[in-house]
Each structure stands twice: as structure tokens, then as C-alpha cells.
Design a protein around this ligand. Structure first.
Ligand code: ADP
Length: 394
């Protein structure tokens, strides 16, 4: 079969991550990152055939950077680009699956932007730039929230006045849907179970972290909510706190909403607890060296993760397995071991030798014999976005 090249784009407010995916190939032909866009330090990094390159693109905005990176991408495809898949963070209740882009879809993405005021406008910048450069090329939006639109109402509603839901969309949406969907399907494939007859707990642990209960290929509950702040301890995000913390800090310290937002999203989590770093590798090393903050941050991270997984088990009819994924989930035997140690009531126990072997892309079962499955499954959101894009093009 000839190559089917899909460019996957993930836009932040000052960055564009990209990867060229041919679903028949494991490796990306080219991937990279344009960052510090709009500044004199703007730079494009890319990797092709295992070799890393960088190019200064001073002053480039999203559109100019996209034009630059598309040159590199077209070189890698030999001019055979078949479509573009855009990762969009928030699809609200409007989008339950990926959508081919047209004026109506773009207007709907804009309409839910108040729910993701930093992320959706950045995604729209990428969409507008790509459509301007390639008006004829089919383009698709893939939403982080879409997979969780199967949550039952008792899982997605907050116990606040109904009118806030009805008129303002205040409910739990969940994020990381593309990753939870990809790894739960892979887990079924790896264990010979049918996706539509399987039940998983998934822990996606990267800079952002979330858990998900996946039953028969559908999300039934997840730890993130209206925004990606709810739930687990993350790199710099607090996860759950007492909702009265806002009024407490405002009353006692005179903090503004912006200060509190910033503290909870950027100064908290592993970074806030440890006083050292948001990066789990650094914290594991510091813990080895006896750093008290790093040690505590790891303990809180694992305990809170285990508590969330136990809570998610309420959404499962049975448990076929627990799946670890994301940079931490795929690479940290310590975090997996400490988390599972809190979950013996769910019948979970690790084979520590197998646990130690699973890192840097090595996947597989890590549970002790006779105990419920625990799997390490590398995520691949770009691949899932490319598959969703192709499914709409075919
Ligand atoms: P993002 O959410 O930005 O995609 P990743 O999924 O790459 O992030 O995860 C980043 C996290 O994974 C960081 O905290 C990093 O320290 C952690 N990580 C990567 N490799 C290891 C490792 N070998 N041991 C522990 N943590 C690791």
C-alpha cells in the first residue's frame, strides 16, 4: 500500500508540536517543535532519520512557523501529504468524535473556547494557518474531551445548581481522551481481549496526569473535570483541593483570582510539594539523595493516584487490568510500585523484576502471577489522531 501521510499538529499559545504519521510505519518520518513563537528567539526543532536539526525562525508567528515546518514536512513526504489532524483540547458537549473541518466545526470550536481560554484559541490559530496554506487539503479536528462524552450523567455532573450546567456548561468533561482510548485499545489487543468486552483502569501520567475507567471501549469516568486542573497531583498543577481554598486565600491573604489560578496551575503539584522540580526524574534522583521535599512529593503523588484509581473502580463491572502510560507511567518502576502498594484491596500486586524491565518503550505485563493484570503501555496520541483523521478521509 502506498504511504498515507498525515501531519499531526498540536498548537500551544506560543508553540507548535508536529509529527508526520504513516499508520503503516511505527516511527514518524519527521517530528518536531516550533517554540517561542512571536518572539525574536523563535526556533524550529525537528528530527528526521534519527538526526536532530534546529533553525532560527525569529519573529515567526504560528502561520509563518507552520509554513517553515511544512517545507520540512513536504521534503519528508516527497510532496505526498494526504491530510492534517489538529489536536484540539476542548470540544465541549458538541463533539463526541473527530470532525472534518468546515466553517460550522470551526465556529463550534470557537464557541466552546470560554471553557479552554488558553488552549482552544491556540488550536484555532493552527487551524486557520493550515487552512490558509493548504485550502484544498482535508483537515480534521480531534478533541481531547470527545472520548469522555460517554460518561453517565451521575459521573459528569457537579453538585452545584442545575442552571450552571444548563446555561453555562459547568460539568466534568475530562481530557487526555485520545491517550486513554489508544492505550485501553492496545491493552485489549495485547491481552487478546475484545475491546468491546473489556474493563480497564488507566493512569496517564505525564506533565498532566489523569485516570480513566474504560468499559467496552468507552470512557465511564475520569479524574479531570471542567478543566485539566481537577484530580491527580501533576507536574505543576495541584489537582483536587478544597474548593473553599479560593475564598480562604482571598480572605486571609488578599490574593486575586489570577494569583490563585497561577498558584494552582503553575506553582503547585510536584513542584510546589517538593520545592524543587516538576520533573519526576529529578525528584526520583533527589529522593535517592535524601531530599525531604522530593520524598514527600512522590509519596503524595502515589497515594493520591491510588485513591483516584480506587474511586474509578466504582465505574467498572470487573477489572481486566490497570494500565500505566505517559512519561512517568511508562518509565518509572518506583511510581508504579508505590502506587500499586496502596491497591492491594483491588487484588493488585507487582512482579518487581518485570516492573523494573518496563521502561523506555518496553511494554508488557508487570503483575505478580495469579494477581490482576497490570500493564505498561506506551501511549501514542499522534498515531491515534492520524488514525482518526484517516478514518474521516477514507
Ligand atoms: P507531557 O505530558 O508533556 O507529554 P510526558 O508524557 O513526556 O509529558 O511526561 C513527562 C514526565 O515523565 C516528566 O515528569 C518526566 O520526568 C517523566 N519521566 C520521563 N522519563 C522518566 C523516567 N525514566 N523516570 C521517571 N520519570 C520520567
Amino acid at each position: 500500500m502506498p504511504a498515507r501521510n498525515i501531519l499531526v499538529i498540536n498548537c500551544g499559545s506560543s508553540s507548535i508540536k508536529f509529527a508526520l504519521v504513516d499508520p503503516d510505519q511505527q516511527a514518524f518520518a519527521i517530528s518536531g517543535l516550533a517554540e517561542r513563537l512571536g518572539s525574536a528567539d523563535a526556533v524550529l526543532h525537528w528530527q528526521r532519520d534519527g538526526i536532530k536539526h534546529s533553525q532560527a525562525i525569529a519573529g515567526d508567528d504560528h502561520r509563518a512557523a507552520l509554513a517553515h515546518l511544512l517545507q520540512r514536512v513536504q521534503e519528508a513526504t516527497g510532496g505526498q501529504l494526504h491530510g492534517i489532524g489538529h489536536r484540539i483540547v476542548h470540544g465541549g458537549e458538541h463533539f463526541t468524535r473527530a470532525q472534518r473541518l468546515d466553517d460550522g466545526v470551526i465556529a463550534a470550536i470557537r464557541a466552546v473556547a470560554p471553557l479552554a481560554p488558553l488552549h482552544n484559541p491556540a488550536g484555532l490559530l493552527g487551524i486557520e494557518a493550515a487552512l490558509a496554506l493548504y485550502p484544498e487539503l482535508p483537515q480534521v479536528a480531534v478533541f481531547d474531551t470527545a472520548f469522555h462524552q460517554t460518561l453517565p450523567e451521575h459521573a459528569f455532573r457537579y453538585a452545584v445548581p442545575e442552571q450552571l450546567y444548563r446555561d453555562h456548561g459547568v460539568r466534568r468533561y475530562g481530557f487526555h481522551g485520545t491517550s486513554h482510548r489508544f492505550v485501553s485499545a492496545r491493552a485489549a489487543e495485547m491481552t487478546g481481549l475484545a475491546v468491546d468486552d473489556s474493563a480497564w483502569l488507566v493512569a496517564h501520567l505525564g506533565n498532566g496526569c489523569s485516570t480513566c475507567a474504560v468499559v467496552n471501549g468507552q470512557s465511564r469516568d475520569t479524574s479531570m473535570g471542567l478543566t485539566p486542573l481537577e484530580g491527580l497531583v501533576m507536574g505543576t498543577r495541584s489537582g483536587d483541593v478544597d474548593p473553599n481554598l479560593h475564598s480562604h486565600l482571598s480572605r486571609t491573604l488578599g490574593w486575586s483570582l489570577e494569583q490563585i489560578d497561577r498558584m494552582l496551575n503553575h506553582d503547585s503539584g510536584l513542584l510546589g510539594l517538593s520545592g524543587l522540580s516538576n520533573d519526576m526524574r529529578s525528584l526520583e534522583q533527589a529522593r535517592e539523595e535524601g531530599h525531604a521535599g522530593a520524598t514527600l512529593a512522590i509519596e503524595v503523588f502515589c497515594y493520591r493516584l491510588a485513591k483516584s484509581l480506587a474511586a474509578m473502580s466504582c465505574a467498572l463491572p470487573r477489572l481486566d487490568g490497570l494500565v500505566f502510560t505517559g512519561g512517568i507511567g511508562e518509565n518509572s518502576p518506583l511510581i508504579r510500585s508505590k502506587t500499586v502498594a496502596h491497591l492491594s484491596l483491588l487484588g493488585l500486586k507487582l512482579d518487581e523484576a518485570a516492573n523494573a524491565r518496563c521502561l523506555r518503550g518496553v511494554s508488557g505485563p508487570i503483575n505478580a502471577q495469579g494477581h490482576t493484570r497490570v500493564l505498561v503501555v506506551p501511549t501514542n496520541e499522534e498515531r491515534q489522531i492520524a488514525l482518526d483523521t484517516l478514518a474521516l478521509l477514507d
